[in-house]
Design a protein around this ligand. Sequence first.
Ligand SMILES: Nc1ncnc2c1ncn2[C@@H]1O[C@H](COP(=O)(O)OP(=O)(O)O)[C@@H](O)[C@H]1O
Ligand SMILES: [Mg+2]
Ligand SMILES: [Zn+2]
Length: 267
Amino acid sequence: MQAQQTMTSPNPSAEAVETVDAICAKHGAYKARVVDMTDIGGRKLTMSCPQCSQDARDAEAARKVAEAESQRRRRVADLNYAAGIPVRFQARSLENYRHELPGQKRALNVARRFVESWPEQREKGTSLIFTGGPGTGKTHLACAIGSALMQGHLASVCFGTVLELLRTVKDTYRKDSPRTETEAIADLLRFDLLILDEVGVQIGSEHEKNLLFEILNGRYQDCLPTILLSNLNAADLEAFLGQRVMDRYRECGAVVAFDWQSHRGTK
Ligand SMILES: Nc1ncnc2c1ncn2[C@@H]1O[C@H](COP(=O)(O)OP(=O)(O)O)[C@@H](O)[C@H]1O
Ligand SMILES: [Mg+2]
Ligand SMILES: [Zn+2]
């Protein structure tokens, strides 16, 4: 009832807004609105320079943007620190990957599409397998994908050779280890993207091979993207991983053959 009255017949004191000539030290003369609050126990308020108020709002908005950007940069730096990409490959990017050969073009396109459609690939758990001889740029391209995803999508990435990652799991067997084997494996299932390099190198024991499968299977089950890099060709990699694992990874991704001469030799 009360509210309706206010709407149809405005409070008379609201009409009492007047303007006076005022001077802002910064912006000069302006028409200052005066709001009369005396009938509600206040006083007459002369409003400050509208340009000054606008400037203050702009400055606050700019400060928020800068703060968000610096937070984002810190987050990207933390992600990079955690990712463990070797220093040598930290500056490798999609942009500085040379693509004269048809195969290089194809590989670069797969990498670009993977990055550009990351939210969808992350959701589907798309995985990539790069196979081919040494020096063909598999590690370069995989690290470039990882860096682009951290920078552009704040994705968490973990890079490591199979032997390095197995070592982090085996380190938990020490008596003074703060983590258990289960926790170490679970940690590898937390990253949005795991890049596993040197898949196919001789693995010491049956137990280590089982650990590797536990990691690969775990990521597959949780629909988590993984990039496998191997110097073996697809057939030999399949012999190494077993058809079941290879099929699973094929099913939710692409196998890209890096079947050209070493980059080192062609420079
Ligand atoms: N197409 C390419 N464009 C630019 N640099 C490349 C390319 N292919 C390989 N390289 C460079 O050659 C070196 C060896 O490549 P790397 O990625 O380690 O090969 P792989 O992992 O296949 O053995 C790296 O320094 C890498 O940056
Ligand atoms: Mg490599
Ligand atoms: Zn002003």
